[in-house]
Ligand binder design. Sequence first.
Ligand code: XMP
Length: 518
Amino acid sequence: MDFGAQYAQLIARRVREAQVYSEVVAHTVPVSELLAREPAAIVLSGGPASVYAHGARRVDPALFEAGVPVLGICYGFQAMADALGGRVARTGTREYGRTDLQLLDGGGVLHRELPARGPVWMSHGDAVTAAPEGFVVTARSAGAPVAAFEDTGRRLAGVQYHPEVVHSPHGQEVLRRFLHEIAGIRPSWTTANVIDETVSAIQAQTHGGRLICGLSGGVDSAVAAALVHRAVGDALTCVFVDHGLLRSGERAQVERDYVAATGVKLVTIDARERFLSALAGVADPEQKRKIIGNEFINVFQKATEELLAEERQNGSGEHSGYRFLAQGTLYPDVIESVAIGGNPAHLIKSHHNVGGLPERMHFELVEPVRELFKDEVRQAGLQLGLPKEIVYRQPFPGPGLAVRILGEVTPERLRIVREADTIVQSEMEASDWYYRVWQSFAVLLPVQTVGVMGDQRTYDYTVALRVVESQDGMTADWVRLPHELLARISNRIVNEVKGVNKIVYDISTKPPSTIEWE
Ligand code: XMP
């Protein structure tokens, strides 16, 4: 249950790492509704509020009376103490960051045999000063006289610190013990089970109907399609639209490597001319994005119609057309976020995916990875035998290189940014940096500057390098790449890519900047 925590998704992921399926629900969901879903256990997240603040999100005591195991974390721990008759007070000692935790009474089930003293990650102003009746206090810290408690009879427990973050070294073990030992849940959420269950669910949903799936080259749609293929075989047709805004080698990766790994039926649509002429003369970033999104839907729609016509001609007559559209929607896109003061980054650019397709074409959606986090999608991809280059590929925006060419997209500018991008990727891979960063790419700036090459004056373009680290793309920091690597990339681009005489490195964070330049 999410109380507006910075870490709600992280908690859900950690629970899954303990091989227990988890979902995030908003704290606004009534307890009766929550219990009707028959959870095996409930975790109450942290949150920005004080239990005493006006309008604080208190927990309905009914939650603790249903016999469902509950773990409270940080704010959830205090709300639990408050609801069950313990005391929460402003102690005057605030603890933020690394804090020394001291176990009491052997640490209880949650901390049994863990070091008697050790660091945990705290972030609190208020503290629990008295545990509710029936609870054993199992840890304390300088600022929290009650830093953990448990009542194993009622299967209720709580910790003031954040077990979900890596800065609490034994945090995962503590979560695991709550789930497996206190709550008694059997760890069964494994990649193999996920694949089997998803395959059955797809078969049940589509029973014999035909599906179409747009491949983007990215991991989400690749895994979604591979799962569907495993479930329904040739009832699936994959469509890959080459809009001419791809990086070099990308089309081959899908047409050759992906098809070889999965055996899916693939139709590639070469729409390069069409996209380029629709984009001719357009410099405004939002307009470019809209044109690409619309063209994409048009091309996709036409492709399906042609596929159908072809099959009718071949006399395979009796089928019901393509009723289903498979998409690679991920769980983080589905979670109803209650982030307080959250980052509205997703509203800043009109992101392109195949979102408009289902309405326009009356498809029913099949979303095989809708319940999965990115790392789980990757695990499934590996297990399904997809190439590592696809499974661990960096994110690439739907509108492709068009948003990495500032201003108008022309064939010449595409050539420049594509060649520069190839150099960036090959140097990142050669130096082992590629898989350590979120994204690394080149941006072509419509700025020409004076340079000198072999005694000749040049007046050429500037390329910006953007290399960022990020957890989810919502916030990002620029990567402190070794200067030698930057030097090599810079040298190679200037020497090998005709039309470029200057390289700059983007050292801005998101926010206030964004990752892509458009
Ligand atoms: P920004 O530039 O908004 O990007 O900081 C955040 C992340 O999203 C990617 N991105 C897109 N992905 N369609 C996508 O599928 C899009 O239209 C799109 N625009 C940006 C970007 O590469 C980064 O990882």
